[in-house]
Design a protein around this ligand. Sequence first.
Ligand SMILES: Nc1ncnc2c1ncn2[C@@H]1O[C@H](COP(=O)(O)OP(=O)(O)OP(=O)(O)O)[C@@H](O)[C@H]1O
Length: 254
Amino acid sequence: MIEVDGAGRSFTVGRGRARRTVHAVRELSFTVAAGEFVGYLGPNGAGKSTTIKMLTGILAPTSGRLRVAGLDPTRRRTALARRIGVVFGQRTTLWWDLPLKDSFELVRLLYKVDRNDFRRRLDELTELLDLAAFMRTPVRQLSLGQRMRGDVTAALLHDPAVLVLDEPTIGLDVVSKAAMREFLGRLNAERGTTVLLTTHDLGDIEKLCRRVMLIHHGRLGFDGTLEDLRATTPGEDSLEDVVTRLYTASPADR
Ligand SMILES: Nc1ncnc2c1ncn2[C@@H]1O[C@H](COP(=O)(O)OP(=O)(O)OP(=O)(O)O)[C@@H](O)[C@H]1O
């Protein structure tokens, strides 16, 4: 479902003598099969967002190639938009001044979703994510947890095969976080939606991901099961300590 083959992305920053190249992602290769739920971890500045931007067609790679649902994301961005859903937890894709339900209607028009399919899907998501009480509220008046549920709904209205999540539980209280995790787990298990999840919350990873990839300094430092990840630091029970060791290890140790 996702194929990344030697992908890299660099940026030129600064001017004159201060001009230099930042390699945000280097020679990245991995595949994600249909129906997998994969966690994508890495410290701040590791290259996670750059990877997501390449996978969703926002940024073109400067080397290598990517395919998502069989499509080249930068060349087939419109076609890909029908197969993929994306949630950026830190910002909303909803219309700030419109009631939530109007935002969903705009999503329906943009994605050309059949009216009956849309109605069925929205009813289902309204129930699963408990949206009814604030469906007529303008997005700017929603709490963070309500807004996040709205964003997840908007990303799923066209029933995408792949869901890319960038920090979908950031800022949520323990109850909302548990509800969001439960929903995402069911979406993957029952609908078979392929999920790539970027998060700094290791609880999300422990609850949801069988497989974890870890990126550091733009390179893939680990790709394996959660058990394999724990086994990189024998005798250490806490995933936080395991990940801290990997984030702080020098390249020679890894
Ligand atoms: N548009 C850009 N221009 C210049 N440098 C950039 C640009 N976007 C990202 N970078 C650099 O690329 C590197 C990777 O950034 P990226 O945003 O992908 O990291 P991240 O893993 O998502 O970090 P975080 O967890 O903090 O969100 C960083 O050094 C960042 O400064």
